[in-house]
Design a protein around this ligand. Structure first.
Ligand code: ATP
Ligand code: MG
Length: 549
């Protein structure tokens, strides 16, 4: 499963190797700890691949743990979608856990800190706490409540838990060091009041642990050995270790930071992606334009392409931005051998082949995939009326235009040469039909060498053609950086819909079948909007790219 990952080393693997060699651990345990406040995005895929494949390589385990300590933002729908996405990528978790199942233990550990004189109840407002915290240059000031007695703290914390105070009226703070150069160590808040229904614990709790207190406890409770997280948590590591130590946790997980994945023209945050959904910029979390795992799935990306991309970008210690075209490279690579070739016309223009017998249809042989001959051949009909692409005809072409124009001859892929003789227009002067003649001598596969033509066009026979809708995507935001002003950067042309035709054998296509449409790119049968009467295709990616790996 993880062949490619295994061959290359990285600094995280080196740490693990060392910890196994010295006997610090017999078996490693990693975890993937999403907050169920949205659907997973491609950045999460990087973390998933890393955690699951590292554990796999060292015969360890990986837990899926929902970090659900913030009742206001979390939802069952997100829990289910996250599980589905990880399974779709092809990973099996060992333990399935919810941080909220540890609320009792976390509460007890907070009480332990109070008893040790290492936590106190704070009455000041959030703003005052911030004022007292100081800055990078100035030390913080101690709160007037910092030296409450243990008894008073225990009493107040119990009353917080019992719901005697309103949101924001009190918090519990760790008592560490108000003059620490690391601001995270200046008596961080570890519990807050939130009278809110929790998706798992209902109304049992009205106080909830803060992430920086909860996360190290969750890791330690599960015996996680290597807690891999993104770089922005580096400054939190001393607090992480302090919590594990002072809460007297038996297991001592090691936090290791790596650079998060950023992609060009891509917003990478559940919170921000939720805005696209809530404000109807897109059609749900799985809109094929979304950089969510479910969006990529609906668009037509395969698990293999996403995993291979995640392996190849590697893990680093400094942030960088990866070109989104690199991800596209991997889906082309994956589909090259697998996807049947077929023809579709997105913007149809009717062609009548005037010297072809009326009412006759012949079935031509066509290779399914020239890159993979084992896939065999298919039959495609040819007759007097076909569709070609509107853009494959020009009445007054520029130089070097080798497609159809009056008097010019082209090759129809898998069929014959045709020559354009007459252009039919409607009252407004729009071209509505071409009249051509074909040359029976030029049939594809017969080895005709009599003369050459420069253009090869795709086409679909009209009487048997199946109607289809094609959705062509462009990036959701125009700005490469995907900065905070991302809603001003929304691309008004991120979706183009075309109505055209596909070959009749596509009748059997089912949701998620993937094809290469000659000259148009790779497409996926949309699983949501395809019906008995209408096939809907999402373009996964175009055929060519200037991107070089
Ligand atoms: P978001 O802001 O999108 O919600 P997050 O980091 O808050 O991201 P979590 O659900 O807390 O999301 O993340 C679960 C795991 O995924 C964490 O270990 C986090 O470090 C990792 N992760 C999130 N975004 C990325 C990214 N862009 N690249 C790599 N790992 C990521
Ligand atoms: Mg988050």
């Amino acid at each position: 499963m993880s062949e490619t990952m295994n061959t290359s080393s990285n600094f995280i693997k080196n740490i693990i190797k060392e910890d196994l060699a010295t006997g610090k651990h017999d078996q490693i345990i990693t975890r993937f700890p999403p907050e169920p406040n949205g659907y997973l995005h491609i950045g999460h895929a990087k973390s998933i691949v890393l955690n699951f494949e590292i554990a796999d390589e060292f015969k360890g385990k990986t837990n899926l743990r929902f970090d659900d300590t913030n009742p206001l933002k979390e939802d069952r729908e997100f829990v289910e979608s996250i599980k589905e996405d990880i399974e779709w990528l092809g990973y099996e978790w060992d333990g399935l856990h919810f941080a909220s199942n540890y609320f009792d233990e976390m509460y007890d550990r907070a009480v332990l800190l109070i008893k040790k004189g290492l936590a106190y109840v704070e009455d000041m407002s959030q703003e005052q706490i911030r004022e007292y915290r100081g800055t990078l240059k100035e030390p913080g000031k101690e709160s007037p409540h910092r030296n409450r007695t243990v008894e008073e703290n225990l009493d107040l914390f119990t009353r917080m838990k019992n719901g005697e105070f309103q949101n924001g009226e009190r918090v519990l703070r760790a008592k560490i060091d108000m003059s620490s150069p690391n601001i995270n160590m200046r008596d961080p808040v570890i519990y807050r009041i939130s009278h809110a229904e929790h998706h798992n614990t209902g109304d049992k709790w009205c106080i909830y642990p803060m992430y920086s207190f909860a996360h190290p406890l969750e890791d330690a409770i599960e015996g996680v050995t290597h807690s891999i997280c993104t770089l922005e948590f580096e400054d939190q590591r001393p607090l992480y270790n302090w919590v594990v130590e002072e809460c007297e946790m038996e297991a001592k997980p090691k936090q290791i930071e790596f650079a998060r994945l950023n992609l060009t023209n891509t917003v990478m945050s559940k919170r921000k992606l939720k805005l696209f959904v809530d404000e109807n910029y897109v059609d749900g979390w799985d809109d094929p334009r979304m950089p969510t795992i479910s969006g990529f799935r609906r668009r037509g990306f395969t698990p293999e392409s996403i995993k291979q991309f995640c392996r190849e970008i590697g893990v680093a210690k400094s942030d960088n931005t990866v070109d989104v075209r690199m991800l596209e490279h991997f889906i082309r690579e994956d589909l090259k051998m697998k996807a049947p070739r077929t023809m579709s016309v997105l913007h149809p223009l009717k062609v009548v082949i005037t010297n072809y017998p009326e009412g006759e249809v012949e079935w031509l042989d066509a290779e399914i995939n020239p890159e993979n001959p084992e896939m065999g051949t298919r039959k495609i009909p040819f007759s007097r009326e076909i569709y070609v692409e509107q853009s494959d005809f020009m009445e007054n072409p520029p130089k070097k235009y080798f497609r159809l124009f009056p008097g010019n001859e082209v090759r129809l892929k898998h069929a014959y040469f045709i020559k354009c003789n007459e252009v039919i227009k409607d009252d407004q002067g729009n071209v509505i039909e071409l009249h051509c003649t074909y040359d029976p001598e030029t049939k594809s596969g017969t080895g005709f060498t009599g003369r050459k033509v420069k253009g090869t066009l795709h086409w679909v026979e009209a009487s048997n053609a199946k109607k289809a809708e094609f959705r062509l995507y462009d990036s959701l935001i125009l700005d490469e950086r995907g900065g905070d002003d991302f809603l001003d950067q929304v691309n008004p042309n991120s979706l183009e819909v075309a109505n055209g035709f596909v070959e009749p054998n596509m009748e059997e296509a089912k949701a998620h079948d993937k094809f290469q449409f000659f000259r148009h790119g790779y497409f996926n049968v949309d699983p949501k909007e395809t019906t008995e009467d209408k096939l809907v295709f999402n373009r996964i990616v175009e055929l060519k790219s200037s991107f070089k790996l």
